[in-house]
Design a protein around this ligand. Structure first.
Ligand code: GDP
Ligand code: IMO
Ligand code: MG
Length: 427
């Protein structure tokens, strides 16, 4: 097995960073292929916590190459700060490569993100305010600036001049906001270009060569299937393709080169930001799970909304991504709960829905139909084998496999790299 794609199967923050770090011990190359610094991936090794927003979670291994591919939108300041943070902590960043085709998140993108959200008021999406939507808008509108442009100051001058004229027009005329200074942006971004130059490469070529050599290549999804711009809970989504198809486009790899896709799912569900969430627990139990699980956003610190596991969502994630298995994380957070619930279907206008609804208004109004299972009363953090888990935890996993229809291929029982029960040789 050479190319493995790992995606979020819910609304993001499933523990992808932890799972990718664990799998990276076997990987030769780890690739980030979509999203930007709206992502926050946490890796914990020997009690040291690393929060990564743009750099792939494979960076902590000394021999693994890491790639930020064309589908990512890069805020160069955030990336340079992240590289400095990693270097300060003794991590070698010399094996990082960045696509010249990746789009740049500019300061006007973040400003427009905030202004758009303000304008939407009650209808806001609850974005991370990192400028991700406006950066992808410019990419689609063919007025985006790319990392490669920063390396060519003369051309960059012309392109920035053009784009900034339009952005400043919108900022001042439509929003009554302050314009950006061309000279300041130009100088700052040419400097960023010089700092990033050593890492810039044709990353599609590198990744394809690695796959053709038989190297093990791991694709690290950001966000989650339900935030996919096509297949998620539109308009409460991000502006990229967190589902597995995004890996092919976002890395410049043909879909035929991808061998396997695994979805990361929490043993319950969370969502940060606005939008429908049928299994949400808006009660003391939801609060309790949020506190035990420290469910606060890695990027924005916002409290995450918490709910029961939704198997309808997971079956949909299996379909949209072609998942062959689930990596089930945070099972330990459920320690000590008397009973657990899994939504196996929805009720909508008197009908039972087994499939994820096709329209946003149906999904907004569904009522989950739950199965109740027994919880376990011991703490499972030190367990390293499936058979050693309490009987009820094993039954919970078996029930998930049965209602979702794919095997659980890895169980995570804690934040640390070592708190992991691998059940299948994924590569
Ligand atoms: P990502 O965005 O999918 O990479 O997930 P985040 O890093 O934003 O959030 C997941 C959080 O859960 C992080 O703080 C991880 O350290 C933590 N985590 C991951 N797996 C486990 C687990 O099995 N148990 C517990 N208790 N925490 C976990
Ligand atoms: P990781 O990779 C959870 C959510 C935001 C908001 C919506 C749109 O850590 O799982 P955006 O800033 O992308 O325009 O916001 O998407 N969101 C995430 N939620 N985890 C993430 O990334 C997210 N990235 C974006 O909260 O609801
Ligand atoms: Mg996260």
């Amino acid at each position: 097995m050479s190319a493995l794609v790992v995606v979020g199967a819910q609304w993001g923050d499933e523990g992808k960073g932890k799972v990718i770090d664990f799998l990276s011990q076997q990987a030769d190359v780890v690739v980030r292929h979509q999203g930007g610094n709206n992502a926050g991936h946490t890796v914990v090794v020997n009690d040291q916590e690393f929060k990564l927003h743009l750099v792939p979670s494979g960076i902590l291994y000394p021999n693994t190459w890491c790639v930020i591919a064309n589908g990512v939108v890069i805020d160069p300041k955030v990336l340079l700060d992240e590289l400095a943070y990693l270097q300060d902590r003794g991590v070698d960043i010399g094996r990082l490569r960045i696509s010249s085709k990746a789009h740049v998140v500019m300061p006007y993108h973040a400003r427009l993100d905030a202004l758009n959200e303000e304008r939407r008021g009650q209808q806001k999406i609850g974005t991370t305010l990192r400028g991700i939507g406006p950066a992808y808008m410019d990419k689609a509108a063919r007025v985006g600036l790319r990392i490669g442009d920063l390396l060519h100051p003369e051309e960059f001058r012309d392109r920035l001049g053009d784009v900034l004229e339009e952005k400043n027009h919108v900022l001042t005329r439509a929003y009554g906001a302050q314009p950006f200074s061309f000279d300041q942006l130009y100088r700052t971004f040419v400097d960023y270009g010089s700092s990033l130059r050593p890492y810039v490469a044709d990353t599609s070529l590198l990744i394809n060569q690695a796959i053709d050599r038989g190297d093990k290549v791991l694709f690290e999804g950001a966000q989650g299937t339900m935030l996919d711009i096509d297949h998620g809970t539109y308009p409460f989504v991000t502006s990229s393709h967190p589902s597995s198809g995004g890996a092919a486009i976002g890395a410049g790899v043909g879909p035929t080169k991808i061998d396997r896709v695994v979805g990361v799912a929490k043993a319950y569900a969370t969502r940060v930001g606005d939008g429908p969430f049928p299994t949400e627990l808006q009660d003391a139990l939801g609060e309790e799970i949020r506190e035990r699980g420290h469910e606060y956003g890695t990027t924005t610190g916002r409290p995450r909304r918490v709910g029961w596991l939704d198997a309808v969502v997971l079956r949909y994630a299996v379909r949209i991504n072609g998942l062959s298995g689930l990596a089930l994380t945070r099972l330990d957070v459920l320690d000590g709960l008397d009973t657990l619930k899994i939504a196996t279907a929805y009720r909508y206008q008197g009908h039972t829905l087994k499939e994820f609804p096709d329209t946003a208004w149906e999904f907004r109004d569904v009522e989950p139909l739950y199965e109740t299972l027994a919880g376990w009363d011991s703490s499972i953090g030190s367990t390293r084998r499936r058979e050693e888990l309490p009987r009820q935890a094993q039954q919970y996993i078996e029930r998930i496999e049965s209602v979702v229809g794919v095997p659980v291929v890895l169980v995570s029982v804690g934040r640390e790299r070592s708190h992991t029960i691998p059940l299948d040789d994924l590569f």
